[in-house]
Design a binder for this molecule. Structure first.
Ligand SMILES: Nc1nc(=O)c(N)c(NC[C@H](O)[C@H](O)[C@H](O)COP(=O)(O)O)[nH]1
Ligand SMILES: [Zn+2]
Length: 163
């Protein structure tokens, strides 16, 4: 059932499968959950919204629009007990120079209480993703939901040239 960690990660993987394959990023899916109400607040997948957009970023953009606030002030209008599920851990650096999703999660640290990830980021684009350390230092645990690693990696890298 979607009410448990595996259920939400499966939903995030279903989102990732909608992402158009590209050699320069991963196909990622994310689900933002109000864990107190056990309700899904938003879903997102890489490139769902126009521009070079990430799955997690998309969840926040959608909610900001829904609440009529800029993404930076989303923390003021969101419920206080959220969980972010993302198939690949949030980025700590983006080769495009856009704001990493770890920074976007940190802005919502009062609401997002935990981040659930399917896999850590491979080192294809960024040698070392420092997101888990950064988030946990801010009091946001990053928890690995096991069992989807092969499927998530296959979907994430579908646009990459196979060696
Ligand atoms: N967690 C996560 N969600 C995404 O939706 C996505 N595309 C990535 N990808 C991480 C990867 O490190 C960056 O995609 C590259 O660093 C290129 O950066 P851009 O995406 O062009 O800003 N990671
Ligand atoms: Zn990102």
């Amino acid at each position: 059932s979607p009410g448990d960690h595996e259920g939400y990660m499966r939903l995030a993987l279903e989102q990732a499968q909608k992402s158009p394959p590209k050699p320069t990023n991963y196909r990622v899916g994310a689900v933002l959950v109000d864990s107190a109400a056990n309700e899904i607040l938003a879903t997102g997948y890489t490139l769902e919204l126009p521009g070079n957009t990430h799955a997690e970023q998309t969840c926040f953009t959608k909610l900001a629009r829904k609440h009529g606030v800029p993404e930076e002030s989303l923390g003021e209008v969101l419920p206080a007990e959220l969980a972010l599920y993302t198939t690949v851990e949030p980025c700590s650096k983006r080769l495009s120079g856009n704001l990493p999703c770890v920074e976007r999660v940190l802005r919502l640290a009062g609401s997002i209480r935990a981040v659930y990830v399917g896999i850590t980021e491979p080192d294809t684009f960024v040698a070392e993703n420092t997101g888990k350390r950064t988030l946990e230092a801010a009091g946001i645990p990053v928890i690995h939901v096991k069992g989807f690693e092969r499927e998530i990696l296959e979907v994430a890298t579908a646009g990459h040239v196979k060696e």
